[in-house]
Every structure is written in C-alpha cells, then in structure tokens.
Design a protein around this ligand. Sequence first.
Ligand code: SF4
Length: 471
Amino acid sequence: MLIQIAPNPTNALRESRSRKFRVSFHTLGCRLNHSESVSIGGTFHHAGFQIVSEDRPADLSIINSCSVTEQAESKCRGLVRRILKKNPDTFIAVTGCYAQTDLDSLKQIKGIDLIAGTDQKMEILSLVQSVFQERRDSGGAGMGWGGEASLKRSTPLVFHTQKIQRGDFTVETERFAVFDHVTRPNIKIQDGCDFFCTFCIIPYSRGRSRSRRMDDILLEVSAWVAQGHREIVLTGVNLGEYTTEEGELSDLIESLEKIDGLRRIRISSIEPTTISSRLLEQFSTSKKLCAYLHLPLQSGSDRILSLMGRRYTQKEYMDFVKNISAVVPGLCLGADVMVGFPGEGEDEFQETVSLIKALPFSYLHVFPFSKRKGTRLNKMALTPVSPSVVKERSRVLCDYSRKIRMDYYHAFIGQTVEVLFEARNKDDLFCGLTGNYIRVGVSSDQDLSGRLILVRIQRVENGLAIGEILG
Ligand code: SF4
C-alpha cells in the first residue's frame, strides 16, 4: 500500500525553510493514547515534518494527555513546565482526555498554545497548519522556526466540543505510521465506553463506544505486515463492544487471521462480560490469537463491585476464568485491581485477596483509586479509605503480583517457546516476548529485532526468562 501525501500549505512553507519543522510527541496514559500519537505522528511525517524524540529540542511539542487519575493530570502540567524550561520557544499543543475533561484548568497553564479536545485530536495537523496560515496572512510567513521569531501565543487557541461524536470511524491511510519503529504496533479498533462504571472518567473523556470500520483496520494491518511486522495488538477502551456493519470482534479476528505473514494477534484488555462464546472458542482454536488475556477485575467483593457499577459478581468472574483457563493451555492471565475504592473495608479487601489467590493469574496491574470530577461516584456518600491503608493494600498486591509472575515464568523452564525479539536490554541481552507474554532474554551478537525465533528457557533471573536460541 502506498501512502499519499496530501498537498497542504505547510509543505510550501517547509520548502522555504533551511530545515524541517521538528515535532515531538509526549504521550501519557494508556495504550490507546500511544496508538493515537503514532497515527497523529503519521500525519505530520507524511506532511514533511521531522519527528524527533521526546528529549530532543522541537519547534512543536504535542502532549497527548490522560485524565484517568489526578497523578496523570499533574504529570501533564509538569511536562509543560519541563518542555518550556528546556526550550521556551516551543509551540505546545495539548490534546487527549485531560484536554477534554478539564479545559478550564488547562487554559490557566502558562505556555500552552493550542488545546484540542477528543473530537479534534486526530486533526492536530490541520489545526497547527491553521496557525501557520494565520501567521502568513498577518505577514509573518518567515516566523516560527530556523531561529526566527516564535509562534507562541499569549492565550491558547481552543478547539473543543462538549459532545463527542458517536459514529463509527476510520483512521485513513495517510495516517499509517511508517516512521514508527515499534515491533508490536497497537492497532486502534474501538474508542469510548457505554458502561459508565461509577469511578470512571473515560465515558466523559472519550465519549460513547464506537468502532473502526473493519476494512480500514485490515488495510492498516496489511500495511504493517508488509513492512515486516509479525504481531499486532488490538487496542480500544472496551474492545468487546467492537461492532460494525461488517461484524463483531470475532469476525474481525477471523479476517485478520487470513492476512499472510501476520503471525500474532493480541487483544490488549477486554471486559470479561463482553467475551462471546465464539471468541472464547477462537482462543482455543486460533493459531494466531495469543494465549493472553488481560481481564479487568477491580475488586473481589460483590458489595464493592456493585458500588463500582461493574457488570459481574465475584462468582461470575471466577467461573469465566476457570472456563477459559481449562481450554487455553499456558494462558497468561492478567487483571487490573483497584485498591482503596471508597467504602472498601478490610473484609472487602481480604475478599479480593482470596479471589486473586484462588485463580491462576500470571500478573496483576494494581492501581489506587483516584477520585475524578464528574463521575457518578461523586454523588455517592461513601467513606474514603485512608492513604496509608491504600498504600499498604497496594504493596500487598504488588508483592503478590511479582511472585506470581516469576512462578509463571518458572513453569516454562525447559520448554521451547517462540519469541518475537524487540531490543537489547542494559545487560546486553536481546529481549522479546512470547505469545503468552513471557519476557525472554538471550545472548546474541546479532540484531534479532522483529524476528520470531525458537528459544529454550533455561532459568529465571532478574525478572526475565533466560533462554538459548535453538538451531
Ligand atoms: S468498562 Fe468501566 S472502567 Fe472500563 S472504560 Fe468503561 S466505564 Fe471505564
């Protein structure tokens, strides 16, 4: 597939400069944000901009923000300060969930030049181009880079709509990110969520559930595979809600399986109640679907699950995990667990611990509750959990997660696994992942990146399964 460069005023401006306009991307938060930053980067790349890494000076810095916790928002504010300290003339554009949910706060931060809400996120290139155009129209065509006057503004330009569109979407071919060097590209297939769990800001920051057209996804995946990529990671907010006129998630997986050269399809995270019986069957029959499931749990207490507005009971969750573990050999099973949800007493926490210990998890993603403005929880009168208790509960679960991950790795000693290699680590071991998410390191003089190689696992050391290459 060829990617076309659409003519635009920026190209003309760029050609009159001695060097390309440099753009850096700073992405906070989830895998979906990362995938979107890569797509937005694709538009800049194809329009002739130079994409530079986060630590390099840039003429334009784009922050793709997150609002899932207070900490994520504070990171965004800190990032603005750090960028400006290094390079006061950098034009700063902020988009993402924080830009959608707390526009007023962002407008108060000195140094931000452009704010784009969720619906405008994928249009950042044309928004920036409109700034250039404005400068040209006002007689300042020579400004903005190459050591000339800054494009910076005293007040930010704001592109934001309160109501986020609901229709299905495409990611248009020109956005495919040929410049990105990841081994396992994230493919955005879905956005938004209709579940409205009481604690969650996402339905407000990303809007209602909507899906990407299947033909558009297949085109993008084929493009990545043609460049030599062997694994893709299907990414969205609530993947199991994927549905278009062309079919549901199982249909998409069936179509992806037919792409020659694609060896692994990984589902990033999926709500347990959205896994259909057909998808469950695909986990046991597919040769490409990775034996990997990340199932948000949040709590093991029925009382807390109900207060959270989750759609399952502890028994339903346990039954589901037992079913799938029985049919998928070697399954890597991970879960999100929230600690310190208001009203979570010691008894409820112990119920969570017991449930976790009763199931064959391979790791946990533990995160403390963070109160979000505008969520349903704000209207509920619940007792907050003290920060020291939250800290201690997090520690207990994080320690357990480290232990079960290593136990899981140990169970594969002596076995032969297929590793998709990514990069060298600081100890000079070449590292990569198996389909069931074991991080493996080997000694090798060669550049193994992007290669799928059979490895026998010999031991577990420093959080890594160490192996030898076969053949
Ligand atoms: S399922 Fe619940 S926690 Fe997950 S994105 Fe939707 S509302 Fe948020």
